[in-house]
Design a protein around this ligand. Sequence first.
Ligand code: HEM
Length: 491
Amino acid sequence: MSLKLQVFLFSSLPFILAILLLKSSFRSSKSQKNLPPSPPKLPLIGNLHQLGSNPHRALQAMAQTYGPLMLIHLGTVPVLIASSVDAAKDIMKTHDIIFSSRPHLNIPDRVFYACKDIAFSQYGDYWRQIKSIAVLHLLSNKRVQSYHQVREDEMVVMMEKIRKANGSTVNLSELLITLTNNVVCRVALGRAYEGRKFKDLLERLMELLGCFSVGSYIPSLWWVDWLSGLNRKADKVAKEFDEFLEIVLDEHVNKHVDGVEGRDLVEILLDFQRENTRGFRLERDMIKAIIVDLFTAGTDTTFTSLEWTMCELLRHPRVMKKLKQEALEVGQGRSLITEDDLEKMPYLKAVFKEALRLHIPLPMLVPRQSTEDIKLQGYDIQSGTQVLINAWAIARDPSNWEEPEVFEPERFLKSPIDYKGLHFELLPFGAGRRGCPGIQFAMVVNELILANLVYKFDLALVGEEDFNMCETNGITVHKKCPLLVSATHCS
Ligand code: HEM
């Protein structure tokens, strides 16, 4: 070694040592972070292998060991799981603003026009604008109210089909899907698009949203989604939906309708586009993304909650009898129970709350993402951490509910607990800024249909000896087998 090099190395030694020391102190300050407890994970896949086909159930069991705030790894992505009232409240109320973004996910990105929809767009100005349009103009109580005729028409059509079956087996699941699709179609697009094609398209879209995208959780393996055909499938569905919506939009642009009552949601969105209010221009892709959102967020969830409620009623004849009694008292021999009557049906409301408690259509809500480093219940949560609220586990937690596994609507008759996002024991619609804006839209359909089905028919289960309550494993958790019933017209 030359003398020059020796002098250089010797003189730079303190500098090199300082860098090494700094690096190691940085690493140890990182490792000194107080992270939430984590189950052991495998390289690359993290804890994915432990989720099984019903992640909400697997995560409930894991939380028994690791606690109500645990940090798991889905692939290489750290995901915070909240499984208690306090943890959910801290995330969705106390620190709601920090946890109000959504993670960037491959499939929603492809089908919602680069997440220009409400449900998957990142927290920020754009989301604020479109969410307020949804809350104030598309899904407000007044707007929902204005579509009462659509709901009543569709209900009458469904009841007529059941009546005509004359006691023979009807696939109630199928009828309820058709009804909710038709209601959303007529409200959003101005008319029903019946027939298999649209229904298939919607089903394929929902299936895709429930698919696991490797690239979203193991970014280095993004190419697997191409190899497996998932990206191609998503692009195909997105293209077909886009072609369909282009036709719908063109039809609307060519017929301008005056007056607010009864206008469909596409018309209202096109008005916003024309008016260009608040310096915010609603582009065509944004309108299409919002419409796709209303279908994906509004149809499957609504139908699922009705289907599970009906299941629980058929399993519990005592509750069915009590609800029928209430319906008969309110209906007083009239041909139908109307939406105005629903306020006089406290037991009906209790039945829905109880069914939504036991069967949350989106058991872990929609994933959120933190936008800042934060301390939560003493733990350090890094900015960019994905967050899942296990609302399903919270709704069955014995520390919140007496005999949580029992279907007992009466518990809600003497309790102020509601599902509107103020009581963190019951979160089927989420809470806080990202909470569901479609509660009123969904629940008025649900209550009207159930009240009238129970009022007009005696329903009995067909085929299944013991009730099959198996769940599907998509984004919305519904009953695995269709609900087959026989319905005898009562009057
Ligand atoms: C029983 C039926 C429904 C259930 C159980 C349900 C549940 C949910 C849940 C859990 C969320 C996420 C909340 C969060 O992150 O805290 C959500 C968001 C949303 N829901 Fe619903 N929903 C239902 C019906 C509807 C309907 C009928 C519509 C519209 C027609 C709708 C539109 C939306 C939208 C646009 C969002 C995104 C909100 C945002 O990210 O800011 N939902 N819903």
